[in-house]
Design a protein around this ligand. Structure first.
Ligand code: ATP
Ligand code: MG
Length: 352
């Protein structure tokens, strides 16, 4: 398995280090896992040196990897616009990583700030290649009072269809009964009505699964009121982005929340990253929670044909969290990033 490792900025390299330790442990335990990892320095520091987030031929270089393991980027010295549009977005778009998978799952031993009847366990599939995050639009300068900006949302039938199909297929494969679709077609009457129409059309091919379209504002409230009732949620780029940070919040925080940017057809590499950013407030202290990054590596293993090893990592991680002994400060403990990684590795050894 040929992996491109982009640790990035801030806590990115700190948590990535633990994920790489876990992957190396797996390959030492299982000789059929042949890992070829290449660390790429593309980050804000790289930008400060070269004026670019990554080299001009970065995408054609990355194309030859089986997967990309990504940490986080973001640095006060570089505008967010640059880090996002010159690195993350080109990778997601060029490699047609049109499904952003974000599990919202409460692991044993991690308290939710909510008082729920059952453990929270659902998955959000966020559209990742079009939608609200487009480059189209502009700022119009007139007299100061008339200055305005226009931002165009682009949704295509094909784009909505492939995302919803992925969600329904997942639901079918995993025996889920309901797919919830985040919408706002009462107010956003062009793009969101197309979204509704296409989702409904796709849903008809899955008669055993109930489609439940819910307005995004109400859905945000339901995530708090009855999060245990969701199974599969499909959402546009912007709605999915917001919903999944909310999702992270209700299952214990950003330090525990992974994601996968999938190119389901496998023509291009998929990319796996925690949903958190570079967390400048805690970087350099060695206290970031590495679980989101390690879980992202587990998603990578699952997507690349090793669900057995992915399970091994998940079991190890859950065992450490359930034990409640070694925990980073975001979980109320005093352990370091490395302590947490080491404990997970010990748990993996104990389970094999
Ligand atoms: P960026 O601009 O890179 O997105 P940010 O500060 O906007 O950075 P995050 O980096 O996601 O956003 O951090 C938000 C908050 O969550 C911060 O207070 C941060 O310390 C905390 N946080 C994020 N990731 C972790 C982690 N892995 N472990 C512990 N705390 C974390
Ligand atoms: Mg952020």
């Amino acid at each position: 398995m040929k992996l491109a490792v982009m640790a990035g900025d801030g806590i990115g390299p700190e948590v990535m280090n633990e994920a790489l330790k876990v992957l190396n442990t797996l390959s030492s335990l299982d000789s059929t896992l042949q890992l070829e990892m290449e660390e790429l320095p593309w980050s804000s520091a790289y930008y400060m040196e070269t004026g670019r987030m990554m080299p001009a031929d970065a995408l054609s270089y990355l194309q030859h990897f089986d997967a990309i393991l990504f940490g986080a980027i973001g640095d006060a010295r570089v505008p967010d616009e640059v880090t996002i549009w010159d690195l993350i977005m080109p990778i997601r778009k060029e490699f047609q990583q049109y499904v952003n998978v974000r599990p919202v799952k409460q692991l044993k031993g991690v308290a939710s700030p909510l008082d729920t009847k059952a453990p929270i366990d659902f998955v959000v599939f966020r559209e990742n290649a079009e939608g609200e995050y487009s480059h189209m639009g502009g700022r119009m300068y007139g007299q100061t009072s008339q200055e305005m900006a226009v931002q165009t949302t682009v949704m295509t039938k094909a784009g909505i269809r492939r995302l919803s199909r992925y969600g329904f297929d997942y639901a079918r494969k995993h025996g889920k009964k309901t797919v919830t679709s985040a919408t706002k077609s009462n107010a956003i009457i062009h793009t969101m009505k197309l979204w509704d129409d296409v989702v409904r059309e796709v849903g008809q091919e899955y008669p055993e699964i109930r489609l439940s379209p819910v307005y995004i504002d109400a859905l945000a409230a339901y995530f708090i009121n009855r999060p245990e009732s969701f199974e599969v949620v499909i959402a546009s780029n912007l709605f999915g982005d917001i919903l999944t940070d909310l999702g992270a919040g209700i299952v214990g925080g950003l330090g525990l929340s992974p994601s996968a940017n999938l190119n389901p057809e496998g023509q291009f590499p998929s990319m796996f990253e925690p949903i958190h950013g570079s967390a400048p407030d805690i970087s350099g202290k060695g206290i970031a929670n590495p679980v989101a990054q390690i879980w992202s590596a587990a998603l990578m293993l699952e997507h690349n044909g090793r669900p057995d090893l992915s399970d091994l990592v998940m079991n190890g991680m859950e065992a450490v969290l359930a034990e409640q002994e070694i925990r980073t400060p975001d979980l109320g403990g005093k352990s370091s990033t490395a302590d947490m990684g080491d404990a997970i590795i010990r748990a993996i050894h104990a389970h094999t």
